[in-house]
Ligand binder design. Structure first.
Ligand code: SF4
Ligand code: SF4
Length: 375
């Protein structure tokens, strides 16, 4: 449902009440929390668990939490997880089988009851990533029933970005720090010497019903203006940018580029970039049995195109070199994704840059490919 013009203003008590309303509806509310030195998505039983007064400093291969004096709650950027951790979890049981003492085999599909999620603080890049995974996992050849069940009931509260990270480049991927669609409610944090408030916009009928139960005041013009200015300023402070070239065409014609050797010499093929990427969706399946051999289960788990076994056919892997695996990942992400799913597979969240252990930067690699193509 498209965003509506309905706006209101919440204060800290309003945020508390918003989380409490979603919890009282029986939802599993998930949002950013501070854990293990990072912003980690976890269950919230109240707004106190949110990262009030924490920010983050990012660079290629580097992530640090920093204390802030202004008490902001959304002044950090995304941590290592994305919402796929919940919608498309890293492990999921698909079915189990039992052999009776008489030798009769019973196979049961796993129809586990799915939580009714409310995601609190979804960044605009991650809204786009969820929309991309929706197209992949509910829209065609690769349907995933578990994903669809979790996604159908999910309530999304967006948090617009006012403090972009040094590895963020959403604007150059056609997105931005503003939330345009795909949310039930959208928050914009406004912090200055006199106030700490949140402009809230309604994006769906469900969002309007929840907002009615939360103490708020109508939004006035100056508050709306302050929120717009904060988001516009963030747009002008993006940490990075993709080069302004036709990425689909560039990657589609760079199969033999020398740059692949350069990046392959640095890439550890660890797969971190695919694990943290909010759009990467590849999975494999594995069977496990107990020691009696009478109980077996089939599990789906995340897989990575950086794994040697990922392209194994009879006789060995198709992509045996790190050059071919990095090229596959980047070319799919920025080019052949269009052929399969009608859009780019990258939303510019910057996670793959931050969490690459050797600091490989997707924007730098694409710039080098573009330069090589021009020379
Ligand atoms: S680009 Fe970085 S994160 Fe990705 S596989 Fe290579 S070393 Fe790992
Ligand atoms: S490729 Fe990197 S920047 Fe793009 S969506 Fe994935 S993790 Fe984010």
């Amino acid at each position: 449902m498209p965003a509506t013009d309905t706006t209101a203003v919440l204060d800290r008590a309003g945020i508390d009440a918003l989380v409490a309303a979603l919890v009282s509806d029986g939802r599993t509310v998930v949002g950013p929390t501070v854990r293990d030195g990072a912003i980690v998505l976890g269950p919230l039983d109240g707004a106190d668990a949110l990262p009030w007064g924490w920010g983050s400093e990012l660079e290629a291969g580097r992530y640090r939490l920093v204390r802030r004096t202004d008490g902001s709650v959304f002044a950090h950027t995304s941590g290592p997880q994305s919402w796929k951790t919940f919608l498309h979890p890293e492990r999921e049981k698909l079915w189990e089988a039992e052999r009776s003492p008489e030798g009769e085999l019973t196979v049961r599909a796993t129809e586990a009851e799915q939580p009714s999620y409310a995601f609190f603080g979804v960044r605009p890049c991650d809204l786009r990533a969820i929309a991309i995974q929706d197209r992949v996992l509910t829209g065609g050849h690769y349907g995933d029933d578990g994903y669809a069940r979790r996604r159908n009931g999910a309530f999304l509260i967006a948090a617009e970005c006012t403090e972009p990270g040094a590895t963020c480049f959403c604007v150059s991927m056609g997105g931005g720090p503003a939330a345009d669609a795909g949310f039930d409610l959208a928050l914009t944090e406004i912090v200055d010497a006199d106030r700490h408030e949140f402009l809230v916009r309604v994006g769906s009928a469900a969002g309007a019903r929840v907002l009615e139960r939360v103490p708020s005041r109508p939004a006035d013009g100056p508050t709306r203006q302050s929120a717009r200015e904060a988001v516009d300023a963030a747009r002008d402070r993006m940490g990075r940018a993709m080069p302004p070239v036709d990425l689909r065409a560039l990657l589609g014609t760079s199969m033999d580029a020398e740059r692949w050797d350069d990046v392959a010499a640095r890439c550890l093929t660890c797969g971190n970039c695919t694990m943290v990427c909010p759009t990467c969706f590849c999975t494999t399946t594995e069977e496990v049995t107990d020691l009696t051999g009478e109980h077996a289960e089939r599990w789906q788990r995340w897989d990575s195109c950086f794994d040697l076994d990922f392209s194994r056919l009879h006789g060995g892997p198709v992509r045996a070199s790190s050059r071919s695996r990095y090229r596959q990942w980047l070319t799919h992400k920025l080019s052949t994704w269009y052929d399969q799913f009608g859009s780019t597979g990258c939303v510019g969240c910057g996670r793959c840059i931050t969490w690459c252990p050797v600091g490989i930067d997707i924007t730098e690699e694409v710039s080098a490919l573009a330069q090589e193509a021009r020379s």
